[in-house]
Design a protein around this ligand. Structure first.
Ligand code: ATP
Length: 360
């Protein structure tokens, strides 16, 4: 069921178009991420949902009713700020109780609800502490507790984990997911970190220059990017620009490459995207001719980086600008200077028609 329906929302600030006719449906109970580079309009959209900003045009419906006509404090929506904005002189439980006190709820009910929510976020033992007596991760939990204790229909989170160090961040990602599942509130998170969006969200909207380029589940976004920008922004990708010629995909300077050409017209320009972990690597004997027959492309290893579980191999391929990247499980059995043949299955790659931008 759709909870939020955003249609044709635009917002300009002087010469800058922060949002350009954005359309999105966010479902009830969903963990939804707005992902994109700095300045693409994520925060502006979040602020419109919270009521701190009005669009120049377009509509936003919540459960079918006009949300834009409702003042911010009357919306069943809560925004958790990047800075957490905790009151430093108040204990954890007072910080969490504050919003309910302002609503004038009975004291007993406040006590019960605050107790429950502190239990949910794992802070019952720290209820009497002040924010400065907590770790970064714990402060983040207080901010979350404060945001969910009011039982909003929609919780908006602006870069919720950006203030945390890497390890705590990974823990809090799990925690956020568990929490969202448990409380059943619809979460919309803004992030510029694609790994974070992929690990947290049920669906992701990738934004660029005020527009939505693609909305999909993380796996679909990763495996079937529909625009060159998404293919490049979401995870590492090897990109080859070419054309459908004689029913095959041909790249100038490289020749025919395996690609899923079905559905593309003869002569159509397209971008082939193949993930580093989908490319196979096989050494070629130094005596082999320049045009290796064993693989699709022949290249020379320029760098191998070992990350424990995986290795990243960078190669130069004559006729291709930049490096081709290959990821292997465990240590890569090649070294710099070695000539290798690269191969992949057409079904493992994605072919993105050029000039066609998906705006859903
Ligand atoms: P970031 O990740 O850096 O926060 P963002 O994707 O959230 O970026 P927005 O903050 O929504 O992007 O900004 C979109 C564009 O609108 C930017 O070019 C920004 O400079 C501009 N902008 C946003 N708010 C205002 C404002 N109040 N006045 C003028 N320009 C603004």
């Amino acid at each position: 069921m759709t909870l939020i329906s955003i249609d044709g929302v635009s917002r300009r600030f002087g010469q800058v178009t922060a949002l350009d006719s954005v359309g999105l449906d966010i479902r009830q109970g969903e963990f939804f991420a707005l992902l994109g580079p700095s300045g693409c309009g994520k925060t502006t959209l979040l602020r419109i949902l919270a009521g701190f900003e009005q669009p120049d045009s377009g509509s936003v419906l919540l459960d079918g009713a006009d949300l834009l006509a409702v003042p911010p404090h009357r919306r069943p929506v809560n925004l958790m700020f990047q800075s957490y904005a905790l009151f430093p002189h108040m204990s954890v439980e007072r910080n969490v109780a504050y919003g309910l006190e302002r609503e004038g709820l009975p004291r007993q009910e406040i006590r019960t609800r605050v107790g429950e929510v502190l239990e949910t976020v794992g802070l019952a033992a720290q209820a009497r502490r002040r924010p400065h007596e907590l770790s970064g991760g714990q402060r983040q939990r207080v901010a979350l507790a404060r945001a969910i204790v009011k039982r909003p229909l929609l919780l908006l989170l602006d870069e919720p984990l950006s203030a945390l160090d890497k390890k705590v961040r990974a823990e809090m990602q799990l925690e956020l997911k568990r929490l969202q599942n448990e409380v059943g509130i619809t979460f919309v998170v803004v992030t510029h970190d694609q790994e974070e969006a992929m690990s947290l969200a049920d669906r992701i909207a990738v934004m660029r220059g005020g527009r939505v380029e693609q909305v999909d589940a993380p796996v679909d976004l990763y495996e079937r990017p529909r625009t060159p920008f998404v293919a490049d922004f979401v995870g590492a990708n090897n990109l080859f620009e070419g054309r459908v010629t004689g029913g095959r995909f041909e790249v100038s300077g490289l020749g025919v490459l395996p690609a899923p050409v079905d559905g593309l017209e003869e002569g159509a320009g397209a971008l082939l995207a193949i993930r580093p972990e989908r490319v196979g690597l096989a050494p070629v004997s130094p005596a082999a001719p320049e045009e290796g027959e064993a693989g699709v492309l022949t290249g020379t290893v320029v760098d191998v980086s070992f990350y424990g579980g995986t290795s990243h191999v960078a190669l130069t391929v004559p006729g291709h600008d930049g490096h081709v990247l290959v990821a292997t499980q465990g240590p890569a059995r090649v070294e710099a200077g070695v000539r290798v043949a690269l191969s992949w299955d057409a079904a493992d790659s994605a072919l993105i028609p050029l000039g066609e931008i998906q705006t859903q």
